[in-house]
Design a protein around this ligand. Structure first.
Ligand code: GCU
Length: 350
């Protein structure tokens, strides 16, 4: 980590209280309570926050109060990339990070950011639930000081603007579209003819309002939970990405701070939170869409093929790297299996 960044991380760690072990009463006796800090960028209404409340309940109950989980939503501990850096120093224990952010830490995550790599929600969920694919991805950042524990659904990402409906790639010409700080997302928007503008999630609303950007790309919840729909009234389902968020844990937490038993409970709680969140997602996205419609957002359904066609070079470029190709092939293999299975079910029904 660069010195400037390390100082920021240390200052932040000091600001949130570096003492991770305090004395609390557990069952009437003075016992050491370990504080586990969780950082994420969503508001309190978001399914991921609700899932982390379940996580908190699970961990605190199962450890009989020996662990105190503290959740910091709304990028309170800084933009997600900063929070991930804090997890590397152990100043933050758990972070929900988008794949756009994680791309900077390991190329395995880059592959997931490739537009249209997933064929459908069924494919996307099957990949994320497949341990053969995901365990090496989750482990890929161990040397960097954190590992993945589980995933959270973050729906389908689509482009929306304050200016006009995007019905074909040419409509994006000259528009400044906010992307996550992800080189793949920058390349995607460039390939579509737009001017990609990387910025943190928390800055997007003001960026749209003040015309610093003309649009962004995200799931429907951003329109409501983050109020983007107040300013961006044109949402086009070009379906370029099905990107999960990953719950990452500092290796310092798992290896040093917690006992083996406590670490096991944290992992069980993560998998419980995953199921809880995934169950909430579809309804939350439908509800956000309805609310956005009520506030005047128009939804459009362009033909996605011309958008997909613009991504062919990017797929070719990214599969030149051996490590990336290994993950790419596993994801595509799963996609092809599902396509074949669905085709055979359809032909049986005819
Ligand atoms: C979604 C996603 C986040 C991501 C954000 C963004 O909300 O769940 O992980 O950070 O989009 O666009 O930055």
């Amino acid at each position: 980590m660069k010195i400037g960044k390390r100082i920021t991380a240390l200052l932040l760690a000091a600001a949130i209280g570096i003492v991770a072990v305090g004395c609390n009463k557990v069952d009437g006796a003075e016992k050491k309570v370990k504080v586990v800090r969780v950082a994420h960028g969503q508001n309190e209404e978001h399914p991921q926050h609700k899932a982390m409340l379940e996580f908190e309940k699970y961990v605190e109950e199962k450890t009989n109060g020996e662990i105190d989980v503290q959740i910091f939503p709304n990028e309170l501990l800084g933009a997600t990339s900063q929070a991930v850096e804090l997890s590397q120093t152990g100043a933050v224990d758990l972070v929900i990070a988008g794949l756009g952010t994680l791309e900077a830490f390991n190329e395995c995550y880059t592959v997931f950011n490739l537009p249209y790599i997933m064929d459908s929600t069924e494919h996307y969920h099957a990949v994320m639930n497949d341990e053969d694919i995901m365990s090496s991805v989750y482990e890929s950042t161990r040397q960097s000081g954190f590992v993945g524990l589980t995933w959270f659904d973050a729906g389908v990402r689509n482009i929306y603007t304050t200016k006009k409906a995007i019905m074909e790639p040419d409509d994006l010409k000259g528009l400044k579209i906010r992307v996550q700080t992800s080189p793949t997302n920058v390349k995607m928007l460039q390939a579509l003819g737009a001017s990609p503008t990387p910025m943190s999630f928390g800055e997007v609303y003001t960026g749209l309002q003040q015309n610093v950007i003309d649009g962004a790309e995200n799931n429907e919840l951003a329109l409501i939970n983050n109020k983007h729909g107040e300013v961006a009234k044109h949402y086009s389902y070009n379906m370029h990405a099905m990107l999960p968020d990953i719950l990452i844990a500092s290796t310092d937490l798992l290896d040093n701070k917690l006992t083996e038993e406590q670490a096991k409970i944290v992992m069980e709680a993560a998998s419980y939170a995953n199921k809880f969140e995934v169950d909430l997602w579809e309804d939350a996205a439908a509800e956000a869409k309805e609310k956005a419609e009520a506030m005047g957002v128009q939804f459009y359904y362009p033909d996605i093929k011309p958008f997909q066609d613009k991504m062919k070079n990017l797929h070719a470029e990214y599969t030149k790297d051996e490590n990336m190709k290994a993950v790419y092939d596993k994801i595509r293999e799963k996609g092809d299996e599902i396509l074949a299975k669905n085709a055979s079910v359809e032909s049986e029904q005819e």
